[in-house]
Design a binder for this molecule. Structure first.
Ligand SMILES: [Cu+2]
Length: 710
């Protein structure tokens, strides 16, 4: 199919150059007022030879600096000169072919290891001619054949064992719910290089990211059924991470997980523990008050809660990869921290991890967005830059290209960021990358802390529940201006604490490049508490150390009360009439029925209606994830989708419907298997309007044209 060395044609080179980051929108939080992410971390796009579909599934940097890339199409390339030194071009060597959806790659002792769908494979190049001449099965596992049975890995642990994870399929019993049809779907497997497999842990749903940090195994999962949001978790032998499907195999003698499905169900909703009982459709379930996952851990020791939650739509929608910055500063100020890829939002999140009472916990921050396709894999090059492998076929992504290979390079400039957030006995200590302006950083009104958690239930995803504003009572800035210690009221263990530092400025008056941290407070450390008298307690502190600032009072008044956490029906409004208006005389002029197709699509690309006519619009979500259907003004699908993304932690509760005149009509956010009809009068102005799904990440691809004719 290919000659061993593929020459790039000039046109391809030109296109590759044009595909660089210049065309990407500036999406940094402070895009309009100062530096952006691009000023600190630049993207370099690697050219891809014509005819190569580089849908990256795995990346491995070899000791000689070459980059091995595996693809979802089943090929492996070895790229020479991936750093494009002195402007020279990379060379792609076609190393292996004919393999099955390779979603991971690792280098060990001269050979490449990879997870195909059904096995861990070793690729050997015995005669060193740059082509694998032996494809060896290390260990094979069963598959049912369902499309969602992706397999990931391997990642190699300190003892040389290889970790591979497997997705669940979607149901026979309940078609949209994850199930494990064959062993060991929904599990992490530990495999020795000589092919011995040990089931290691379960509860995985879509464990695309595996990483070794601090010598320990971590994995990341995606929002979905039983998974309120994405997260990063420390995985130890015998752990249960939350998705019950894999528990089907936990009674096998080789299983280290001591837990069964009924034990889990009984603690979530006793009705589900009855054999043969058909669960109630979530939309109609008023009993779903919202149990957080951590509520199970007291009685069920196998339960392991996330080390760090990644709030859905804010820090990604489909976590993909975990790498640790081991460049000792070559990649900037975040040495030793984790980076987490996100496929759907085409971005990377940064995680600072610490250990409190023997458990991992820490803070997650936005780091870099704007990659050209979905970020699936990352690997540090031997020059301290980060290779980013991308693909979006069938999944969609914020980056609109089908695939890509890019490199993220630190420019050497110091971004003004929260380098770390640490838990203290009475709040948080924020460490900055540069000295702060002490006036703004010392003012409690520069900060806001809100805590929340997610439901643990069979439904896809969760709104934020039990949210509570935590008053910032005082701040103490360190003498060198690099740290601010916040005294915070109402800390709750196991909850996510959103720490906003919007008012803080650097010594040279810059705002933070990203002003929000999400700290998962698994444990509040013991130790000395700060005396409030030693802190700044706001502008009125002279009159009494305990006075809260005006700004915090306002916040508390608008958002302070805890949300009971029950399912909220979306309010009907003029934009969402779910009953036919009385003056229609019982009849619509036209009935439109829309369904979905796999891969973030509506089943109709175009619908034509007459201006001013009465429309009954039925959206049937027959997909395996939630969607909505929103009619917007011409050309406004992506802007409305981005407004929906910016709804932050309240997005799901608001059905991902932003308050804007660009939205004309909308359904509620619908779980799989639900349908809703809305009634509206078609716009009186003819034109090409759009119907779009505004679930985070979907708006880029899940669209259709609503043609309004005279
Ligand atoms: Cu959607």
């Amino acid at each position: 199919m290919f000659s061993p060395k593929i020459k790039l044609r000039p046109l391809a080179l030109l296109l590759a150059a044009l595909m660089g980051s210049a065309e990407l929108p500036a999406q940094g939080q402070n895009a309009s007022e100062g530096p952006t992410e691009e000023d600190y971390y630049q993207m370099v796009t690697l050219p891809v030879p014509e005819g190569v579909l580089l849908e990256v599934g795995g990346l491995a940097v070899m000791p000689n600096g070459k980059l091995a890339v595996s693809t979802r199409r089943g090929d492996v390339y070895i790229i020479e000169n991936p750093y494009m030194k002195n402007g020279s071009q990379p060379h792609y060597q076609h190393f292996a072919t004919g393999l099955h959806e390779i979603l991971g790659l690792a280098y060990k002792d001269g050979d490449l290891y990879m997870a195909q769908r059904g096995e861990l494979t070793k690729l050997v190049d015995r005669n060193h001619d740059g082509k694998a001449d032996r494809y060896e099965t290390v260990y094979a596992w069963p598959l049912s054949g369902h499309y969602h049975e992706y397999s990931f890995g391997p990642k190699i642990g300190p003892d040389g064992s290889m970790y591979v994870t497997g997705n669940v399929a979607f149901g026979n019993i309940e078609w949209w719910r994850g199930e494990s049809r064959v062993p060991w779907r929904g599990w992490t497997m530990r495999i020795t290089p000589d092919g011995k497999m040990e089931p290691f842990a379960t509860g995985m749903r879509s464990p695309c990211g595996i990483g070794i940090y601090d010598g320990q195994l971590f994995y990341s999962d995606n929002q979905g059924d039983w998974m309120g949001s994405g997260f990063v978790m420390h995985v130890e032998k015998g752990d249960f991470a939350g998705h019950p499907a894999g528990l089907r195999w936990a009674n096998r003698p080789e299983s280290p997980v001591k837990l069964n499905t009924e034990q889990v169900y009984a603690r979530v909703d006793p009705r589900m523990a009855k054999p043969g009982e058909k669960p109630i459709k979530p939309e109609n379930d008023r009993n779903d008050k919202g149990t957080p996952f951590f509520a199970l851990e007291q009685e069920l020791p196998a339960v392991k809660t996330p080390a760090v939650w990644l709030p859905h739509s804010i820090l990604g929608i489909s976590t993909s990869e975990i790498v640790t910055d081991q460049t000792n500063g070559g990649f900037g100020p975040f040495a030793g921290q984790m980076l987490i890829g996100d496929q759907g939002q085409s971005k990377i999140t940064r995680v600072f991890m610490e250990k409190v009472n023997g458990q991992y916990q820490g803070a997650a921050f936005s780091f870099r967005e704007g990659f050209q396709s979905g970020v699936l894999r990352m690997a540090f090059g031997n020059d301290g830059s980060l290779f980013v492998g991308e693909t979006n076929r069938g999944w969609g992504s914020a980056g609109t290209k089908a695939y890509g290979l890019q490199r993220l390079v630190w420019t050497g400039k110091m971004p003004f960021e929260m380098k770390a957030v640490r838990a203290t006995p009475d709040g948080f200590e924020i460490e900055f990358t540069a000295a702060v302006d002490k006036k703004t950083a010392g003012n409690p009104a520069s900060y806001q802390v809100t805590s929340f958690i997610y439901k643990y239930h069979p439904v896809y995803g969760s709104p934020v529940i039990n949210d509570q504003v935590c008053a910032v009572k005082g701040v103490k800035v360190s003498g060198d201006g690099l740290k601010a210690r916040l005294v915070v009221d109402g800390l709750r263990e196991r909850y996510v604490h959103e720490v906003k530092a919007f008012g803080v400025r650097s010594g040279n008056s810059l705002p933070l490049l990203h002003n929000t941290a999400y700290y998962t407070l698994n444990n509040i450390p013991a130790g000395e508490r700060l005396a409030l008298a030693s802190t700044n307690t706001g502008d009125h502190s002279a009159h009494g150390g305990m006075t809260m600032t005006t700004s915090n009072d306002n916040t508390a008044a608008t958002a302070g009360s805890a949300n009971a956490g029950g399912l909220k029906a979306a309010p009907t409004s003029a934009k969402r009439l779910t009953a036919m208006p009385a003056d229609w005389g019982g009849k619509a002029d036209q009935t439109v029925i829309i369904g979905t197709e796999p891969g973030l699509k509506f089943d109709k690309n175009e619908i034509t209606v007459k201006a001013g006519s009465k429309i009954k619009w039925t959206f049937n979500n027959d997909d395996d994830m939630p969607h909505n259907c929103v009619v917007v003004l011409p050309g406004q699908a992506v802007p409305v989708g981005e407004l929906a993304m910016n709804l932050g932690i309240k997005g799901q509760e608001l059905n991902y419907i932003p308050e804007t005149p660009k939205v004309l009509y909308h359904t509620r956010l619908m779980e799989p298997g639900n349908a809703e009809s809305i009634y509206f009068t078609a716009p009186s102005t003819p034109g090409e309007y759009t119907y779009v799904c505004t679930v985070p990440g979907h708006a880029y691809v899940m669209q259709g044209t609503l043609k309004v004719t005279k």
